[in-house]
Design a protein around this ligand. Structure first.
Ligand SMILES: *Cc1c(COP(=O)(O)O)cnc(C)c1O
Length: 396
């Protein structure tokens, strides 16, 4: 390879020397609150399995039955011969749930975000993006020729300034794009103010609700429900890979014209395989379970509240909020090392959590991100808090 392998090795060595190597843990069981790993059993507090549907018996059954009824693979993109009636049914069910006219499935939400900006925005347009938006939004925006503006995380004064700048540039279309819930903080985007500003400046609002669809808002419809703007967000993107069964697939939900144009022009839709039949069926069942019962959401909220209150009592510093993402903060110079030592010590005690530090989060704001699930029992939550206490004592 003409010396390229040596160059790559040097790059890998540098990543290792910087302490940034990600080592994959090998899991030996289905995804669940309790998992087996090659290093022993663990209580799992780092999955996006918010509603506990990833290994729900009804979801697994639906997927298993779909193998018989619908077969294994599609071996086609959607528009050639890759659309079964169940693909369309799932799209309609998603649209119905999140409250839009229609929806379109993608192989992933990464792909949904890879399609939408290029299709909806040209060189005469502008896109204004929250600085903490997901990597797939950043990449998707790069694929469009629109002028790019960025505002500080959830900072509405800055958003106004950027809207003014975009309007001064005489943009044809202006789009504001934000995560509905930010994955490192569990904070919701201030969607009511964003929609107000959008109205004032004639801008579209696009929300990526990957960390919200199914469980945020009274009926789990998403961050737009939680913020009281169900009818004011123009377009939502989201994933089937988190709360809604955690299989794979993503979507764009919005007005008919948006969905129809994405079907004509969305490159990840046109040039990538259709979502597999069993995944469609399992996801449809997961969506149905999320829609038809508030009980898993109630359990999830109870778990998040219990965890937040027990951890606060134990003297840990948390970022405030109600989201089942609960960041346990380890501030200061020494925080990154401490957070990672505490996470290691907890794994030694059979509780799996992940520490994040710079560059994933700002310097001095290292944290352990805990993710609660409806699959956790009250005892699981208490065991996690106990492990935090013990690990803190051990690390000092
Ligand atoms: C997880 C996530 C994605 C990616 O979803 P996939 O379906 O796994 O590609 C996109 N956007 C946000 C905000 C996410 O949290």
């Amino acid at each position: 390879m003409y010396g390229v392998k040596d160059q790559l090795r040097a790059e890998l060595d540098q990543i290792e020397a910087d302490g940034l190597t990600k080592n994959e843990r090998l899991i030996t069981t289905p995804q669940s609150a309790h998992i087996g790993t090659t290093q022993g059993d663990a209580l799992n507090f780092c999955a996006n399995n918010y509603l506990g549907l990833a290994n729900h018996p009804q979801v697994v059954d639906a997927a298993r039955e779909a193998l018989d009824e619908w077969g294994f693979g599609m071996a086609s993109v959607r528009f050639i011969c890759g659309t079964q009636t169940q693909h369309r049914d799932l799209e309609r069910a998603i649209a119905d749930f999140v409250g839009t006219q229609d929806a379109i499935l993608f192989p992933s939400c990464f792909d949904a975000n890879g399609a939408i900006f290029e299709v909806l925005l040209g060189a005469e347009d502008a896109v204004i993006s929250d600085e903490l938006n997901h990597a797939s939004i950043i990449d998707g925006v790069r694929l469009s020729k629109a002028r790019r503006f960025r505002y500080h995380n959830r900072d509405m004064d800055d958003l106004r300034s950027q809207l003014e700048a975009a309007r001064e540039g005489d943009a044809r279309r202006v789009m504001i794009v934000t995560d509905g819930a930010f994955s490192m903080d569990g904070y919701l985007a201030p969607l009511e103010q964003i929609c107000d500003l959008a109205e004032e400046f004639g801008a579209m609002v696009v929300v990526d609700d990957s960390h919200a669809t199914g469980f945020v808002g009274e009926h789990g419809r998403g961050s737009h429900e939680a913020c009281g703007v169900l009818d004011r967000v123009d377009i939502l993107t989201g994933t089937l890979g988190k709360a809604l069964g955690g299989g794979s697939g993503g979507f764009v939900a919005g007005p008919q014209e948006v969905v129809d144009l994405l079907k004509q022009r969305g490159r990840p839709y046109l040039f990538s395989n259709a979502v597999a039949p069993a995944v469609v069926a399992g996801s449809a069942k997961a969506l149905e379970l999320a829609r038809d019962s508030d009980e898993p959401r109630r359990v999830l909220r109870r778990n998040a509240e219990l965890f937040r209150s027990l951890m606060s009592e134990a003297g840990f510093e948390l970022l405030p909020g109600e989201h089942p993402i609960v960041p346990v903060m380890f501030p200061g110079e020494d925080g990154a090392r401490k957070a990672s030592q505490v996470a290691d010590a907890m794994l030694g005690r059979g509780v799996y959590v992940i520490a994040f530090s710079f560059p994933v989060v700002p310097k001095g704001q290292a944290r352990i991100r805990v993710q609660l699930s409806a699959a956790h029992s009250e005892d699981d939550v208490r065991a996690c808090v106990e492990a935090f206490r013990a690990a803190r004592d051990e690390v000092g």
